[in-house]
Design a binder for this molecule. Structure first.
Ligand code: SF4
Ligand code: SF4
Length: 149
């Protein structure tokens, strides 16, 4: 039970289903595309704390104690899965980052695969896509077994 609770804090129910389905079918995630600076990933975003994706204001304040740089985010509500949603106060009216050189790792790494496993989707209009594909080592295994012809 503790294991399931721990997994759900990392993945959400939808994310856990995705994770298990991919393991069963030997799939991995592929991210393709590019950024066209719409700014939508700086709005309505979920944030991750030490214990998983943030669900309460209390959890957010615990993150702030350790990472004051997260003060740039404002809580705007909750999503369908009960995770807090934030918007970044550094986003300008031109949909640009106020201090691009000092963005957080979560900004430079976007879109991270963990988004998919918290049950999330890319923001509307994002230039990237995340798709499940058959893992490369599965193709190799087929070749070794002579089934890839
Ligand atoms: S710091 Fe910049 S890139 Fe990161 S969420 Fe805020 S506005 Fe967006
Ligand atoms: S939502 Fe996608 S396209 Fe828009 S700024 Fe973020 S990464 Fe770029």
């Amino acid at each position: 039970m503790a294991k399931i609770t721990q997994l759900l804090s990392m993945y959400s129910l939808m994310g856990l289903i995705r994770h298990l389905r991919m393991r069963i079918f030997g799939k991995e995630l592929l991210i393709t595309g590019n950024c066209h600076c719409c700014g939508n990933c700086c709005r309505k975003i979920n944030l991750e704390g030490v214990g998983g994706w943030l669900r309460s204001e209390k959890e957010y304040h615990a993150v702030l104690d350790e990472y004051p740089e997260y003060e740039r985010f404002q809580i705007t509500g909750k999503d369908d899965q009960g995770f807090l949603q934030f918007s970044c106060t550094w986003l300008t009216d031109q949909n640009l980052c106020r201090d691009h050189d000092n963005r957080l790792p979560l900004c430079t790494n976007f879109p991270d695969k963990s988004l998919y496993f918290c049950g999330g989707t890319l923001p509307p209009g994002c230039g990237y896509t995340i798709v499940e594909v058959r893992a490369f080592d599965k193709y190799l295994e087929d070749e070794v077994k002579g089934e890839g012809k």
